[in-house]
Design a protein around this ligand. Structure first.
Ligand code: SAM
Length: 202
C-alpha cells in the first residue's frame, strides 16, 4: 500500500486525530506570514486544509496534495473561507510549478512524510523566489540523536502515515543559499519544530 492509499483511509478521521493537537503550533507557524498582501504562497501537502483557517486572506494560494480524498476536504473547508486558493493533485517531490514562482512555501507535516524528504526540499527550493521563505512545521531527529524507538518504528510508520527517522540538518546543507532564520520547539518536547528558511539572493 502506498501513501496515497493510506491517506485515503486516513482522510475521514484525520481531523479528529490531528486538528486539536496541532492547532496552536499551526497558528504560531502561520503568524510568521505577517502582512501577506499580494504574496503568492504554496501549501505543499495541504492535506484536509487544517492550516486554512489560520491564513491571511489577502494572499494568493496554490495548494497541492498527493491524495484526492484529503484534497477534497481541503476544498470543502476553503469554500467557507474568504481565501483565493487553487487546488492541485500532485507530488511534493515533483512540483508542477516553474522556478522562482512563490514568495512563501509552507511545509507543514510533509517533509517527514514523503519517502524522499531531500527531493521535496529541493523542489520547494526550486519554486521559491530569492528572498522568499519556507515555513516548516514537522518532526525531526537531531543529528546523532539515538531515539531508538522512533528509528525502530520507522519501517512501519513510514508506510502508514509518516517517517519518524528524518534528520533535518543534512537536508538543508545541500542548499547553501538557504539560511536558517528560526529553529525552535513547536510540540512534543521539541520533536516537532518550527523552522524558517530564507532563500538568499545569489
Ligand atoms: C500528515 S498529512 C499533513 C497534511 C497537512 N499539511 C497538515 O498539516 O495537516 C500528510 C499529507 O501529505 C500528503 N502526501 C503524502 N505524500 C505526498 C507527496 N509525495 N506529495 C504531496 N503530498 C503528499 C498526504 O496525502 C497527506 O495529505
Amino acid at each position: 500500500m502506498n501513501l496515497r492509499h493510506t491517506y485515503t483511509l486516513w482522510a475521514p478521521i484525520y481531523d479528529l486525530a490531528v486538528a486539536a493537537a496541532t492547532r496552536g503550533a499551526r497558528r504560531r507557524s502561520l503568524e510568521r506570514l505577517g502582512d501577506a498582501r499580494d504574496q503568492h504562497i504554496l501549501l505543499c501537502g495541504v492535506g484536509t486544509g487544517l492550516d486554512l483557517p489560520h491564513l491571511p486572506h489577502d494572499a494568493r494560494y496554490q495548494a497541492i496534495d498527493l491524495t484526492p480524498a484529503m484534497l477534497a476536504r481541503a476544498r470543502r473547508r476553503a469554500t467557507k473561507l474568504p481565501l483565493t486558493i487553487d487546488f492541485h493533485v500532485g507530488d511534493a517531490m515533483n512540483l508542477p510549478f516553474p522556478e522562482r514562482h512563490f514568495d512563501v512555501v509552507i511545509l507543514h507535516l510533509i517533509l517527514a512524510v514523503v519517502p524522499e524528504p531531500q527531493r521535496a526540499l529541493t523542489e520547494a527550493h526550486r519554486v521559491l523566489r530569492p528572498g522568499g521563505r519556507m515555513l516548516i512545521l514537522d518532526k525531526f531527529l537531531r543529528r546523532g540523536e539515538r531515539a531508538w524507538i522512533r528509528r525502530a518504528i520507522n519501517p512501519l510508520s513510514s508506510r502508514l502515515a509518516t517517517r519518524t527517522d528524518v534528520v533535518f540538518e543534512p537536508l538543508v546543507e545541500r542548499h547553501p543559499d538557504l539560511h536558517l532564520t528560526e529553529d525552535c520547539a513547536a510540540m512534543a518536547g521539541g520533536w516537532f519544530r518550527h523552522i524558517v528558511l530564507e532563500k538568499r539572493s545569489p
